[in-house]
Design a protein around this ligand. Sequence first.
Ligand code: FE2
Length: 420
Amino acid sequence: MLDLLVRNAQVRGTAGLTDLGVRDGLFVPIEQDARETIDVAGRLVTPPLVEPHIHLDAVLTVGQPRPNVSGSLFEGIAVWSERVKDLTVEDVKTRVRQVLRWQLANGVQHVRSHVDICDPSLTAVRALVEVREEARGQVDLQLVAFPQLGILSFDGGRELMREAVELGADVVGGIPHYELTREDGVESVQFSFALAEEFGLRVDIHCDETDDDHSRFVEVMAAETIRRNMSGRVTASHTTAMHSYNAAYAYRLVNNIKRAGLHMVTNPLDNAVLQGRFDTGPIRRGHTRVKQLQEAGVNVCIGHDSVMDPWYPLGFGDPVQAAFVFVHLGHYSGDDELRRLLDMVTVNPALALGLPNYGIAEGNPADFVVFDAPTDVDAIRLGSRRHLVVRAGRVVARTEPAQTTVTWDGDEQPVTFLRG
Ligand code: FE2
């Protein structure tokens, strides 16, 4: 007998409706007897959403201790540097727990969070390590030791990076374009790779998050990955300067990214508002070269980056909202592109994070999401709520479908926003 039978699922990438069987928390072959049956009535069913890039330590701090009046990246960093002084473990944990609940309600079951280590007490790292244990089995967290103010440029940066790793960071970060010189930037990337190699960790570096076309540290990441044989274990995040490189350099770089097996994360929400700030017109989109990377066979993911913090005042932790904005920033509105889009918030980041046994397949954990929409494109177009979020065969989040009516010619009629 099954523990759960899910009927009439429009499983993403599968033609027609299918049923799903669950026993002992795993997907198993269908049987007709089940303790519980849920009819999802043709709704889209996907594997869990995967958030490859967020800064949980900063969430919900918008306006603290003062608002970011200009909205720029640099004012955001200045505001955050003031807020860091007020961090306590309890403050961080309370905010992180709240956003993790939002993410879970949005179908996110795996999160990679950068955590600022430019604080001699490492308060945020200590808090996140505790929350990672608390949340295990509901939302799985990977923590990146992230030097917001630089490794070489911040007093004690190298030691704090090592201490963060010893406290339990899963991934080593970096921010080479923020270091004092080009040479320091190169050295910081080499430092991060050496630290990761020493501890057997992955690498995820904030790289070239600027409109400066002379910011060229992704090439250093590719070279380090190739030389250290770390293909598949390294992610370059943001990489907005790539948008402004000349075509010949970009061509060479994309080929080296492919050769190195780097994963790439684009963050359309934050970078839509943070980039292009020094342009007077035309204003660049400040976005990385997603299509060119994908044409070369590179794995590209979409990240949310911020939720109500000094850099981005909006958001509620929904990767589908980030994907919707990406459609516009990335000219990703072609028919095939819209159908592939959800890959960038599910299977692609699962690959970047190295998640085992991910996906709707017999023998895998019965983790999945039921959208209140029949297709991928409808889910993106409507920003559809997640009707059910299921973890190991148990419903862990539920949103009742909205019911809307209009009165038309005196007659109250339902509106679904679906065609035909
Ligand atoms: Fe970021």
